[in-house]
Design a binder for this molecule. Structure first.
Ligand code: FES
Length: 509
C-alpha cells in the first residue's frame, strides 16, 4: 500500500495528502462537509461521487443508494476510508451562490477592480474593467472559515477561544488572495498584466466578517449592544495582505452600519438606490440575521433581528441548504402538495424556500392552523421520506416572527403603514428564491407580492458601485452612514410583545 494517498476534492479544487486507511468523514469534516445524521449511514446527506480512483461499496451504500447511483460512483462518505488516490465530487457543494449581472451607471476610471461579497457561508468575487464596467470574470466559493462554525455566533465563539481570531483572519485573507489570483488569470492579457492593472478591491460583508478580515477584535460583537468597532473605511495594501497582485493595490473593506448591520447592507442601500428614494422604501435581507432598512433620501433607519437558522434549512429535522436533493418549491395541485426538488435528484431534505412554501400551502389546506399546530398529527409528509415536524413549524414561526416584528417596529418608528412603501427590495439568495406569495401567506412579508422585488445579490452590486465611488473618486460613505440611524431592537420595550404577536400565522388566504 502507498505511504500516502492524494485526495482531490471538487469543486473546491483542494488536494490533500492523507494516510491510507483514514476515514473520509474525518477529512471532509475539516473541509466543512456536514453529516446530517451524524455519520451513522442513515440519511444520504454526505454523498460523494468518485470521479477517479476507487471506493468500495459498503452495506450502507447498498441500503441507501439506488443501484444506478452506485454505478455512477456515488458513495456515502461517512462510511468510507481512503485506500488509494481519489478524486471526489462533493454533492453538498452543488449549492446555489448568487452572483450579479445587473447593469448600472458609473463614471469610468482607469485600471481593473474586484468587488467581493464576503458572506458567512459563501464568497462571490467579480473582476471588472473600470473603464467599461465589463465583468471580466466571476469566482464563487464556500467560506473556508465555515469549518470552524456555520453561523456568525459560532464563528465569534471560535474567534474568542485560543487564538481563533488570528486563525480565522489568516484563513479568509488567504482564501480571498487565492480567489483574486484565480480571477486575474482569466483576464485578457494574462495574470501578470491584470495584476499590475488592478487598482482597487472593494469587500463588503456582515459585521463579523468585517472584523475577522480586518483584524478587529470580535469581542464587542459577542454581547449587548453588539456594536461593531466603528473606524470607517478600512484600507489595506495588497502587499500587507500577502496577495500576489500589484503591491500598492488598495483593498477597501466598506464600513459597518451598526449592531449586526454590516457593509453588505450599506452596499445594498447603494445598489437599490434607497438613499436617493423620494418616497419611502425598504430593503430586507432575510437570513439567520435579518437586516431591515427603511427610509428615503432624507433619513434611513436600520436594524437587525435574530431570525435563527430556519431560513437556511438549519434546525429543521430534514432541513438542508439549497443544494441538490433539496425540496425548494411546494405548490398546490388538485388539493395536494406538489414538490420541486433541486438537481433532478431524489429528495433528501428541504431548504428555506421549500419550507416557507410547504407551510403556506399547508395553511391553505388547513393541515396547519393559525397557531402553528398540525392538528391530529405529529408530522406532515411532503415527498419521499421528507416530512415536516411540529417543531419545524415552530422554528419557522420564530424566524418569521422576528423579521415581521422588526419590519413593524421600524415602520412604526417612522409612522408609516406598509402600503406607503413604494417598494420592498429583498436582498440575498433566500430573498431571491422565496415565493413572495408564500411569504405573505405566512405573515413574513405583509405586502402585496407586486410591492416586493427580489434585488439579487445587492451586496455585490453595491460593492461594484463602490469601486467607482471610493473616497478618491468622491464616494460618500461617511455621509451615508451619518444619515443612517441604527435601532437596537433588543432595547425596544415593545419588541417582545410584537414578536409574540407576529409568530402566529394570518387567518385565511
Ligand atoms: S451522514 Fe448520514 S449517511 Fe452519511
Amino acid at each position: 500500500m502507498a505511504a500516502s494517498c492524494r485526495l482531490t476534492l471538487l469543486p473546491l479544487g483542494q488536494t490533500l495528502e492523507v494516510a491510507p486507511g483514514t476515514a473520509l468523514a474525518e477529512l471532509l469534516f475539516a473541509q466543512g462537509v456536514e453529516f446530517p445524521c451524524g455519520g451513522r449511514g442513515r440519511c444520504r446527506g454526505c454523498r460523494v461521487r468518485v470521479l477517479d480512483g476507487t471506493l468500495p461499496v459498503t452495506p450502507e451504500d447498498e441500503r441507501l443508494l439506488p443501484a444506478a447511483d452506485r454505478a455512477a460512483g456515488w458513495r456515502l462518505s461517512c462510511r468510507a476510508r481512503v485506500a488509494g488516490d481519489l478524486t471526489l465530487e462533493l454533492a453538498q457543494w452543488e449549492t446555489r451562490i448568487l452572483s450579479d449581472d445587473a447593469t448600472f451607471d458609473f463614471v469610468p476610471r482607469d485600471g481593473l477592480g474586484v468587488a467581493v461579497d464576503l458572506g458567512t457561508t459563501t464568497l462571490v468575487a467579480q473582476l471588472l474593467d473600470l473603464r467599461t464596467g465589463d465583468v471580466l470574470g466571476v469566482r464563487t466559493a464556500l467560506n473556508t472559515q465555515a469549518q470552524h462554525g456555520a453561523d456568525v455566533m459560532s464563528r465569534i465563539d471560535y474567534a474568542q477561544a485560543d487564538a481563533g481570531q488570528g486563525r480565522l483572519e489568516r484563513l479568509i485573507r488567504a482564501q480571498l488572495g487565492a480567489l483574486l489570483a484565480e480571477l486575474l488569470s482569466v483576464a485578457p492579457g494574462g495574470a501578470a498584466e491584470a495584476g499590475r492593472a488592478l487598482t482597487d478591491v472593494v469587500v463588503v460583508g456582515n459585521t463579523v466578517m468585517h472584523h475577522l478580515f480586518c483584524g478587529v477584535s470580535v469581542a464587542p460583537l459577542a454581547h449587548h449592544p453588539f456594536e461593531p468597532v466603528d473606524d470607517g473605511l478600512k484600507v489595506f495594501r495588497a502587499a500587507e495582505l500577502g496577495w500576489p497582485v500589484a503591491p500598492e493595490a488598495r483593498v477597501n473593506f466598506l464600513p459597518c452600519l451598526g449592531g449586526f448591520v454590516g457593509s453588505d447592507i450599506l452596499a445594498g442601500i447603494l445598489a437599490t438606490g434607497l438613499a436617493a428614494a423620494e418616497t419611502p422604501a425598504m430593503l430586507v435581507d432575510l437570513g439567520t440575521n435579518g437586516e431591515i432598512v427603511v427610509g428615503n433620501r432624507d433619513h434611513l433607519l436600520c436594524a437587525s433581528t435574530a431570525a435563527g437558522p430556519a431560513f437556511e434549512g438549519a434546525r429543521i429535522a430534514m432541513g438542508m441548504r439549497a443544494a441538490t436533493g433539496a425540496i425548494a418549491e411546494v405548490s398546490l395541485k388538485d388539493g395536494q402538495l406538489e414538490c420541486r426538488v433541486l438537481g433532478q435528484s431524489e429528495p433528501r431534505g428541504i431548504c428555506g424556500s421549500g419550507l416557507v412554501d410547504a407551510v403556506a400551502c399547508s395553511l391553505d389546506l388547513g393541515r396547519i392552523n393559525p397557531a402553528g399546530r398540525i392538528p391530529g398529527a405529529a408530522e406532515l409528509p411532503l415527498l419521499g421520506d421528507v416530512k415536516l415536524t411540529q417543531r419545524d413549524v415552530r422554528e419557522l414561526q420564530l424566524a418569521k416572527g422576528a423579521i415581521a416584528a422588526g419590519i413593524r417596529l421600524l415602520l412604526g418608528r417612522r409612522g408609516w403603514q406598509p402600503g406607503q412603501l413604494e417598494r420592498v427590495s429583498l436582498a440575498g439568495a433566500f430573498g431571491n428564491y422565496i415565493s413572495r406569495a408564500s411569504a405573505r401567506r405566512i405573515g413574513l412579508l405583509a405586502f402585496p407580492p407586486d410591492q416586493v422585488q427580489p434585488a439579487g445579490n445587492a451586496a455585490l452590486r453595491g460593492a461594484k458601485l463602490a469601486l467607482f465611488g471610493l473616497p478618491e473618486q468622491g464616494g460618500e460613505f461617511a455621509h451615508l452612514r451619518r444619515r443612517t440611524e441604527h435601532l437596537c431592537l433588543n432595547d425596544d420595550p415593545q419588541f417582545q410583545e410584537v414578536y409574540v404577536e407576529e409568530m402566529g400565522f394570518p387567518d385565511g388566504g
